[in-house]
Design a protein around this ligand. Structure first.
Ligand code: F6R
Length: 252
């Protein structure tokens, strides 16, 4: 583990090792503080971590019964029953396999009629739960965290976002065709994310190398939303070697 500008950076030899280390960190939080509030991410990156957490539940009795979760985002509009919804993803990858209580799970409603109300309520529910103890993040190639796309200002709270073309392209791999990718999403804001007590960001693959170096060493600015993490007091990056490759350029 390296310490870079106050941020902890783990560089692991493979995707599997990255996933195991991430699951160890999340698992330790669950074991030590069984009523933790977890912030969770979807996408390709954390699939291996969820698989390992399910294994820890089955083989080691990791207990999720008091855990409360808030997911970062959901496509809009999209029914939670759709195979591509993040609700479906979470059921498939984690919630359907562990002893979490259904009413402890929170994911923005991609079918909300009153979007502003849904976003306000989501934020209120996070506050009422006492805030997020540990937030898991992936990262977009453009530095988005949650679905906070590059912008002229950091979005504070949960809100509706227009997905940029690059994100629609990147996520089309999960849909039958690019036309099916929703053009919007509901996402926790940068403000909601940054208030989490601890943040763990996972990234793997050569395509993430540039944005990881920029996130850690670049100027903090809303045009690269992930750079805000430099200001957070407790951030851990868990990377595979490929995603960490460009950090060397900045190391003395
Ligand atoms: C997902 C999310 C996104 C993803 C990011 C990376 O809930 O909030 O920020 O973490 O788009 O996605 P993958 O892991 O598919 O590369």
């Amino acid at each position: 583990m390296k310490n870079i500008k106050g941020m902890k950076v783990y560089v692991e030899p493979s995707y599997e090792a990255m996933s195991r280390v991430a699951a160890q960190l999340v698992g330790a939080q669950v074991r030590l503080y069984p009523n933790s509030v977890l912030g969770l991410a979807t996408g390709g990156t954390p699939v291996g971590m969820y698989k390992e957490l399910v294994r820890m539940y089955k083989e080691e009795g990791l207990d999720f019964s008091q855990i409360i979760t808030f997911n970062l985002d959901e496509y809009y509009p999209l029914s939670r029953e759709s195979d591509q919804s993040y609700y479906y993803y979470m059921t498939e990858n984690l919630f359907g396999h562990v002893n979490i209580c259904k009413d402890h799970i929170h994911i923005p409603n991609g079918e909300a009629e009153d979007v502003d109300l849904e976003c306000r309520n989501y934020e209120k529910q996070i506050q009422e739960a006492g805030g997020i103890d540990l937030q898991v993040l992936g990262i977009g190639n453009n530095g988005h965290i949650g679905f906070n796309e590059p912008d002229d200002a950091f979005a504070k709270t949960t809100h509706r976002v227009d997905l940029v073309e690059e994100t629609i392209q990147a996520n089309s791999r999960f849909f039958d065709s690019i036309d099916q990718v929703p053009k919007q999403a509901l996402s926790m804001g940068i403000g909601s994310i940054i208030q989490a007590k601890k943040i763990v960001l996972l990234a793997n693959g050569a395509h993430k190398a540039k944005i990881i170096a920029e996130t850690i060493y670049g100027d903090v600015r809303p045009q690269v939303p992930s750079t805000i993490l430099q200001f957070h007091p407790d951030v851990t990056f868990i990377l595979d070697q490929e995603a960490a490759a460009e950090l060397k350029k900045y190391e003395k």
